[in-house]
Write a protein of this length. Structure first.
Ligand code: ADP
Length: 366
């Protein structure tokens, strides 16, 4: 008896992607199977480079193939798993002629019920974090009334540039970004409303040369104004992230933001609880705002919970200094941010699968 590629593939069809709840063959994640006597090599293509389930998938794949080998009387099979990643497109709408950004796979809005809860901080760190995992990421400052990105990305000394009719995005910290704060006097933008705001936002979103992106994160203005409506009309959104602090009053505002997205037909990818707690010099955790409040809200509304961020002085310092990557050098903070990015990436893959965005199988077997 001997091990064949067919036997290995059959074994792989019993391994589930834990987030997506379907097997690797059905999900078209098995890209190659090579069998050489007792040695097996499989290539698995993840649906995001920030996949939180990579280690589990690897051990499940090895276990399933070794069990299949045992069934063939081979007790000492060696299994090598190599991973690649390809973020799948959101859905068919992204290939429609009417989509102004067909090369952007996922547009993700980041909203909040009110200002000051850390929406821009979360947007910046999600964008930079996803890029650290290897994704191609853009960040659009949709907060045209109060753009924070020039400061948070350290763009003060960088000039805006255009080619023909196209804005060239800033390229810093591993991401592409665009903000009105570098194009007009922010004090003027403050009084824009209605058509003016819509026009400015549309131009920023569609006239920037984003190139090919896996994720375009859009930092929205706080509350429920014109820009989310413009965004939902303009681009096919994969979904929205809601940033909320734990207090009851913040939750009430966040609920309104959730309802607004639902009315616009935009799925909620998850809730982030920011300023969840504070770690004092004594190392003790202080639940200043009632830790767990936003998490409880997410659960009560049936929304995915992406995780929390503590109040951390380095988050504030690095936002003010425009050095987001330095957050990953802070013990505990980098892994916290990575976990948020991974949970968001997983939710994007789940939303993509449920929208029918996964393509036909292309397995190469040898
Ligand atoms: P929003 O976009 O919701 O108005 P910001 O992201 O601009 O909020 O955050 C408001 C202020 O709070 C900024 O100075 C930011 O650096 C700070 N901040 C946000 N989240 C945290 C946090 N978890 N820890 C420390 N400071 C934070």
């Amino acid at each position: 008896m001997s091990l064949t590629a067919d036997i290995v593939t059959t074994a792989l069809s019993t391994v589930l992607d834990p987030d997506l709840g379907k097997d690797l063959v059905t999900l078209n994640m098995v890209k190659s199977v090579e069998v050489d006597g007792r040695r097996v090599r499989v290539g698995i293509e993840l649906t995001t480079p920030a996949c939180p389930m990579k280690d589990k998938i690897e051990s499940d794949v090895k276990r399933a193939i070794r069990a299949a080998a045992m069934g063939e009387g081979i007790a000492d099979a060696t299994v090598e798993v190599t991973f690649t990643a390809d973020v799948r497109k959101a859905n068919q709408r992204t290939t429609d002629a009417g989509n102004p950004l067909p090369r952007v796979k996922h547009v993700i809005a980041v909203g909040a019920g009110k200002g000051g809860v850390g929406k821009s901080t979360v947007s910046v760190n999600l964008a930079v974090g996803l890029a650290k995992f290897g994704a191609a990421v853009g960040l659009l400052d949709g907060d045209i009334f109060g753009p924070s990105l020039p400061t948070m990305l350290g763009l003060d000394e960088v000039g805006a540039a255009a080619r023909d009719n196209t804005l060239l995005p800033f390229e810093r910290h591993g991401i592409k970004s665009m903000t009105i704060g570098k194009l007009v006097d922010p004090d003027k933008a403050l009084i824009w409303r209605g058509p003016r705001a819509h026009g400015a936002f549309t131009q920023l979103a569609t006239q920037t040369d984003w190139g090919d992106l896996d994720y375009l994160i859009v930092d929205l203005p706080p509350g429920t104004g014109d820009v989310p409506l413009s965004l939902a009309q303009l681009l096919p959104l994969t979904g929205a992230v809601i940033v909320c602090t734990p207090q009851r009053v913040a939750q009430d505002d966040a609920r309104r933001a959730v309802r607004m997205f639902e009315q616009l037909g935009v799925a909620i990818l998850g809730v982030v609880e920011n300023m969840s707690y504070f770690i004092g010099d004594d190392g003790k955790e202080y639940d200043l705002f009632g830790r767990g409040g936003a998490e409880a809200m997410a659960h009560s509304m049936g929304l995915p919970y992406l995780g929390q961020l503590p109040i951390h002085i380095e988050l504030r310092k690095n936002a003010d200094a425009g050095t987001p990557l330095a957050n990953w050098e802070v013990p505990g903070l980098g892994s916290n941010l990575d976990a948020l990015c991974q949970r968001l990436a997983a939710q994007v893959s789940i939303a993509t699968m449920s929208s029918g965005g996964f393509l036909q199988p292309t397995i190469s077997v040898s």
